[in-house]
Ligand binder design. Structure first.
Ligand code: AMP
Length: 396
């Protein structure tokens, strides 16, 4: 499919796409949209930054516009991701749309959500915990919700939402269309899809265990107590917006403060911040009011900020799959990005798990000290730096 016209979309939706400057469907959109418009369930895997949101949002909005009744529900793991989805939905619906929406996430006052729910929204986007609360107190009905999207399903399960998800499904009609997206396909996802999806079309864009190839990656072997100084020299060397991943909320705050002291504009983003503070931090980062965002994994999941040029893994992630998600914060929609990972001598196990995920064959062949196959073992001037992987430039 060369452009969106071939999908025969509603006039208002085509206008919105034009306005958003979406002219050509990305590969995941070209695969998913015809199946979704045709009423099929979908089990989709796609790397972040591939245009996954519009792949489900376009058919969802088309269904709402072409049917006078019925509603749709989108479940997402985090508030930030939910907000991005809601923004895309509003752009697709257009400014004068009569279709009401509700944004139902944890950590926000109930009053506004109750008002939105009383207005009979036809589109609900939210996180499983709060949606469950509303269902249980009777403030939300899903008996007429025939279109369900599960976004970043692997993450929702990692965050312990599986019980809530199963409860939500019970409130929905059995006869429904379900689109499930996940960056990875571990067994628990496959089981969930077998149980709740009806003969799904399987779509995948790229390999799900690889980092987008337009990201230049470096690894720095470093002692724990030298990391902060190395971070500063990395920030001096690089231009543009940077996201730095750390392990704990406490460290995120401390590092943002230290970097400000050392002359870098910096803010922290983590799950302990109040929602309005999180929104403000993201707003300022998007507007480039500061340069360095220090984030924990959960807070940063799925963030779409096109101008992030560098990802720095100050601490390695607890879960190897998060490495791929972190990388997905840069090189969005085909742009180029770069990433550097600090690996200390305490990180052996975690690093090996990441290597195995990125390149299982090489890790098995070479034993526990294996590096990904493309490792060229280059050492540069800092002695400990090795470039282990540099992909070819390719549109994501
Ligand atoms: P996503 O993977 O959904 O987070 O999308 C990644 C980025 O690609 C976002 O900034 C989208 O606005 C952008 N995008 C998605 N689909 C298209 C398209 N068909 N044309 C241009 N940009 C797109």
């Amino acid at each position: 499919m060369k452009n969106f016209e071939g999908f025969g979309l509603n006039h208002a939706l085509s206008k919105s796409l034009e306005h958003m400057k979406y002219t050509t469907p990305t590969p995941i959109q070209a695969q998913a949209i015809p199946f979704a418009l045709g009423g099929h369930d979908i089990m989709g895997t796609a790397q972040t930054g591939t245009g996954k949101t519009a792949a489900f949002a376009i058919p969802l909005v088309e269904k709402l516009l072409s049917n006078p009744r019925g509603s749709a529900l989108v479940l997402t793991p985090t508030r930030e991701l939910g907000k991005q989805i809601m923004d895309i939905m509003h752009q697709l619906l257009g400014p004068k749309s009569p279709i009401k929406t509700a944004f139902i996430i944890g950590g926000e006052p109930m009053g506004k959500q109750l008002r939105q729910l009383r207005a009979r929204p036809r589109l609900i986007v939210g996180t499983p915990g709060r949606i469950n609360d509303h269902l249980e107190r009777g403030s939300m009905m899903l008996h007429d919700t025939h279109f369900l999207v599960l976004d970043e399903t692997d993450r929702m399960l990692d965050m312990g939402f599986s019980v809530q998800l199963e409860r939500i499904f019970k409130y929905m009609p059995d006869k429904r269309q379900t689109l499930m997206f996940s960056a990875t396909l571990p067994n628990n996802i496959l089981k969930l899809s077998e149980k709740y999806l009806n003969n799904p079309k399987r779509i995948a864009v790229g390999e799900t265990n690889v980092v987008a190839t337009n990201i230049k990656q470096d690894v720095i072997r470093i002692e724990q107590d030298k990391k902060y100084n190395e971070l500063m020299s990395q920030l001096y060397e690089r231009n543009g917006s940077v996201i730095v991943f750390v392990k704990t909320k406490y460290n995120a705050d401390k590092m943002a403060k230290n970097l400000r002291r050392d002359g870098f504009t910096s803010e922290a983003l983590h799950g302990d911040l109040r929602q309005n503070k999180r929104d403000k931090v993201m707003q300022n980062f998007r507007k480039m009011n500061f340069r360095v965002l220090i984030a924990t994994d959960i807070a940063a999941r799925g963030l779409d900020v096109p101008h992030i040029e560098h990802v720095i893994n100050y601490d390695l992630p607890q879960v190897a799959e998060d490495f791929i998600h972190r990388m997905g914060r840069t090189a969005r929609a085909g742009a180029e990005g770069s990433a550097v990972s600090f690996v200390s001598n305490q990180d052996g196990r975690k690093w090996h798990a990441i290597e195995r995920l990125l390149n299982p064959q090489a890790a098995n062949d070479k034993g526990s000290h294996a590096r990904p196959a493309r490792n060229n073992q280059n050492r540069n001037r800092s002695g400990g730096k090795k470039r282990f992987y540099r992909g070819k430039k390719k549109a994501a």
